[in-house]
Write a protein that binds this ligand. Structure first.
Ligand code: SF4
Length: 461
């Protein structure tokens, strides 16, 4: 007698928010695939739709609520997860038909909610647990050649403009052996670039007193330096080291220990440090960690050890109480700091953040004007720094290869070591040879630059 196998239930996913939320979505989907679910690319084909929300800014909340509304209108069977899960009442009041609301990182709860909403089919033919992140198994929303590696959740700080600690709780570091195993699998499956993310990468392991674990018969501490060294020791299937990029690092003194690893080529010479401001009284009002005057000195020391290090940062303008003198201090500081990549934001109150109660809000028109000035300043710095790269040959990781044009010239887009995906610039290549693929690392002669991007050709081509 033939065994009748019920069709696989299908899950749709709408993923909003930051790279960290994307990693959560990947994990949830990987687990659901392992449980026998298929994925649906559209609302109509889904038995249930998961909306992974972001609640960091009020504008992100609105986007999340709009996404929930759309999923309900289009499909009707909706489960909400992610940062806005901590506001279940609000969601239920607006959308009583939502099937379940779970919080950020409650993977088991989300998966259980999906099981309730659309029970999985059972059977030996569909119950195979896919090899997570293997060629045919892992569900990855990022291109295969780069992957985010989340090392901890939550944060021990209390920055006045931020509600992450309320949403995600105190710092909880993942075991270093588990992080390294995940990284090793990713690299074995084709990842050429690992992007280390957390809320505060330099604090990794503080909550577990930097406990030691065994990895490959070695003792490794749950610490950023040990993590960086071990990640730098991984090898792709063709024997090359992956790029390892550190995000959300604060300039604590111990950060200095990773700079020699960059100089040795073990990890990518790139640090993403969200300074947010430079004026001491604004930093104080923001309650920022590592808020001290030595930052410029540190930058000089780091550049002396690793001249190619690229420093990326983000800044908030128009924070309550920011005076013209504070803002000018920031512009002068940027002249000194000569950061490679800068993102700027106008201060936006976030519901529940301490900064909302601060006096002296900055008028919107002043925020706009300061935003335009900081962009002008940082673009000029970036343009000059990039111009100095003309004539150099730089390693570039290829993100996308185009189709040949009418002259048979094929272009490609990639990134130098100074460019993280999605937030920094790009390298545009002309006339690439046949066979070049996304994930390849090519040596590129830089021919031209503008304020954000580089233009070049494969060296020796
Ligand atoms: S360090 Fe500050 S801004 Fe970053 S997550 Fe923690 S509280 Fe928020």
């Amino acid at each position: 007698m033939a065994t009748v196998i019920a069709p696989q239930p299908k899950v749709g996913m709408v993923s909003l928010g930051c790279p960290k939320a994307l990693v959560d979505s990947e994990r949830i989907l990987t687990k659901l695939r392992a449980d026998g679910y298929a994925m649906s690319a559209d609302y109509a084909g889904a038995d249930v739709v998961l909306v992974n929300t972001c609640g960091f800014l009020d504008s992100a909340k609105e986007e999340s609520l709009a996404a929930i509304g759309e999923a309900i209108a289009e499909n009707g069977r909706v489960i909400v997860t992610g940062c806005m899960g901590s506001e279940a009442e609000l969601i239920r009041a607006k959308f009583p038909q939502v099937l379940a609301v779970t919080g950020a990182h409650q993977y088991e709860d989300v998966v259980e909610a999906v099981h309730q909403a659309a029970p999985p089919s059972q059977g030996p033919f569909i119950d195979l647990v896919p090899q997570v992140y293997a060629d045919d198994g892992g569900i990855k929303l990022t291109p295969r050649h780069y992957s985010y590696l989340k090392i901890s959740e939550g944060c021990n700080h209390a920055c006045a403009f931020c509600i992450i600690p309320q949403l995600r709780g105190k710092l909880a570091s993942r075991r270093i052996d588990a992080v390294l195993r995940e990284a090793e699998k990713l690299v074995a499956a084709g990842t050429r670039e690992l992007l280390v993310i957390s809320q505060d990468t330099s604090a990794y392991g503080v909550d577990v007193r930097h406990e030691t674990r065994t990895w490959k018969s070695r003792e490794v501490r749950t610490h950023m330096t040990d993590l960086a060294r071990e990640l730098g020791g991984l090898r792709t299937p063709d024997g090359t080291p992956p790029w390892v990029r550190l995000h959300y690092v604060y300039p604590y003194p111990h950060v200095e220990a990773v700079i020699p690893l960059m100089a040795e080529g073990l990890i990518t010479p790139y640090l993403d440090i969200p300074f947010q401001h430079a004026a001491p009284n604004v930093l104080k009002a923001m309650k920022r960690p590592a808020n001290e005057a030595k930052v410029l000195e540190r930058l000089r020391e780091w550049r002396a050890i690793c001249p190619d290090i690229a420093i990326r940062s983000s800044f908030v303008v128009g924070f309550p109480g920011e005076t013209e003198a504070d803002f000018q201090y920031l512009l002068d500081w940027l002249d000194e700091a000569q950061l490679d990549r800068v993102g700027a934001f106008r201060f936006e109150p976030v519901e529940g953040a301490a900064a909302n109660d601060l006096p002296d809000p900055v008028p919107e028109a002043v925020k706009e004007e300061r935003y335009a000035r900081i962009m002008e300043k940082t673009e000029a710095i970036s343009a000059a720094k990039l111009a100095s790269k003309v004539g150099r040959v730089l390693p570039v990781i290829i993100d996308e290869v185009g189709e040949p044009d009418e002259d048979g010239d094929t272009g490609a887009t990639g990134r130098s070591q100074a460019d993280a995906p999605e937030i920094d610039g790009a390298v545009y290549l002309r006339n690439v040879p046949e066979g070049l693929r996304a994930g390849d690392v090519a040596q590129v002669l830089i021919e031209d630059t503008d304020a954000h991007d580089l233009y070049g050709v494969i060296a020796g081509n």
